[in-house]
Design a protein around this ligand. Sequence first.
Ligand code: G1P
Length: 288
Amino acid sequence: MKPIRKAVFPVAGLGTRFLPATKAIPKEMLPIVDRPLIQYAVDEAREAGIEQMIFVTGRGKGAIEDHFDIAFELEKTMSERGKDLSVLEPTRLGPGNCAYVRQQEPMGLGHAIWCARDIVGDEPFAIFLPDEFMHGSPGCMKQMVDAYDRVGGGNLLSVLEVPREQVSSYGVIAPGRRDGALTEVTGLVEKPRVDEAPSNLIISGRYILQPEVMQVLAAQEKGAGGEIQLTDAMAAMIGSQPFNAVTFDGARYDCGSKAGYIQANLAIALERDDMADDVRAFALDLLK
Ligand code: G1P
């Protein structure tokens, strides 16, 4: 069984839901307290033993490349002033640890992943949707890699339960046998109507997939919303490849929505020794 060494981060989306904040900065650079969303996703990947980060970017996403590069002037000035540089350490991705590829047209998540096919090559890989902020210890991908080792490979999704009326915003699984946090996936449907959804277990933005998915995506078939959907490509593999889901033991914030983004900021602020007391006092006062 090959280990999971590579991760794909589709970050080409326009982020229209956060306009005007995202007019000139990528939505993945929006901070949760003082770390951008994309940094949390990369840290989660590293914790799971992943070595190479592949970013599928687009126009206007240069800030992500700058973020993971050396900032020579900044570091020089900080050193001269005797400032602590350790805060920048997680932002360093060396040439062997990252790659950038462009998705030139917004043709869907499946298409974005397919853009990374040459860099992924012939090995299983992880996918992170950075909007989905998964907060826990161990992190979501580490929990998935552990489950992947236990089940002996195949394809693995992270899932969580949502209220029925929300399922049509997501990819939904048809569950089979259950064993603790592990659920067999017998079917998948992207953004179903509420009355047609096979369950209320949604795909929450983390995947471990076998490289054959790239061959399915190569057909470029369009699905929900007229886009090339990753969910459809995965659905086509069920039956010929093992598919399982793991329910994440931790908190999930949908940072593609404004309310989820504020909740994530509040939750992280309340965990931080340097600000928890102030923020708690302020929030309680506000709610009086
Ligand atoms: C994408 C996936 C969907 C998944 C969701 C998680 O949808 O296509 O299956 O459940 O992310 O956030 P999007 O949010 O890009 O419409």
